[in-house]
Structures are given as structure tokens and as C-alpha cells.
Design a protein around this ligand. Sequence first.
Ligand code: FPP
Length: 243
Amino acid sequence: MLFKKNTLPDTEGRLRSVGIIMDGNGRWAKRRGLPRLAGHAAGAARVEEVLTTLRELGVHHVTLYAFSTENWKRPKEEVDGIMDLVYKYLDEVVQDKIVSDGHFSVRFAGDISVLPEKLRKKCEEIEALGKNREYICYVALNYGGRDEIVRAANRAIADGVTVLDEKTLSKYTYTAESPDPDLLIRTGGDMRISNFLLWQCAYSELYFTKTLWPDFDRKQVITAVESFLTRKRRFGGLNKEDT
Ligand code: FPP
């Protein structure tokens, strides 16, 4: 399938939900002789453009991997810097622009109870602000896929569920309000899932690009979506043309 560059392809309702692993901020900074935090700041600055492009492409659900349960292992200075940056970005861009524009509900996936108090309160404020919007963006913060599955099972048990099935467990995941990602994008060149949406990505199409997250612009989003549109999804079954 060929599309003119920079014109938006018609996703024909096939692409409702996208997950993104925003990797490569550190390397982006290193290549420029800048501190790693400058890379995270440049990465944060890309988020709005990517969300807007996906919205224009008809994607109603986006989940962004901002901080994993494993990212605490990074030097304290970097962890503190990311927390400050996420706060600043949530306050200045997500709350004042993305949510206030009226398109997006923003939710948080992950255990936000252990985040710095100021950041946790900001997350709660943002969640309360934009409810029932047409588009949902989950920000995965202190998120781990295995942790999420264990928590979901424990929450179900606490609710008195004695036999778990897939539908029930899905209801207890952080992203219960969104369909599973049709497409999972990872920037930065590594080809792994890194404990992101393990339950939800069972049948997601995977798109890996060497582009570092701060360079992942509107054009790159369109290229990823074009790749998705060429995929034949079978969900373990057969399509008519295969029989
Ligand atoms: C991975 O790059 C990126 C992170 C751990 C942080 C991502 C956070 C943001 C972009 C802020 C976004 C904020 C919101 C609220 C959406 P890396 O440091 O692993 O890069 P490297 O692999 O090049 O070292």
C-alpha cells in the first residue's frame, strides 16, 4: 500500500488503540553531548504532536510507557529528574492543553500511590478533570506488566471472584477502559516488550523503529501506521484468502 508522505492514511476504523514504548531519550542526549535529562525533556516535548497525529488518524486509545517499575534502578538523580519532568509536563501541557482542549481523558496505569506526593496529587487532579471524553490516553507510571497481572488477580480475589476468566481479569487491569492495543510501537531500536502491557498485547501488531523517541515526529507516526495497515491480522485463525 502506498500513501503520499504526510497525508493521513485512512485507517478505516482498524486502528483504535496504540501502545508506545518511548525509548532512546538517553542516547538522543548523549549524541548531542547533553545530560540524559535533556533527552527526557526533548522526549516529553514530542508527546503532544504524537497524540494529536494519532487522534487525527482515528486512534481513540493511546497508552504511553513513561516510567516502569524497573526504572527505579536508575541513579537517584535521573529518577528525581524524570519525576520533576513528568510533573512539569503534566501540569503545563497535559492539564493545560491536552485535557483542557476537551478531546482527551488522561488516566494513569501503574501504582501511583508510591510516587512523590506532589506528582500523585497532580495525577489525581488530571484524572478528575477530563472524564468521559472521546479519546483516552493512559500514561503508564510506575507500571510493570507482570505486576499489573498479579494485582488484577489479587483485586479480583479481594472482590470475591473464585474463578477467573480472561474477560474478568481484563476488567481488573489498569487499562480496563480501553481496548487492547492494535499496534505496539517501540522507538530506540531495541526489539523487546520490556514488561509493557503483557496481558493486553497478546495479539498486537509490533512496530520497532531505530528512531529515537525525541525524533519520533508526525511523519514517523504516519510511517508506523502505514506499516500497520499492511498487516494481515488473523488472531490465531485464518482469513478468507488463506483458505
Ligand atoms: C526511555 O528512554 C524513556 C524514559 C524512561 C522516560 C520517558 C519519559 C518521558 C518521555 C516523559 C513523558 C511524560 C509524560 C507525562 C507522557 P531511555 O532513558 O531508556 O533512553 P536510552 O535507552 O537511550 O538510554
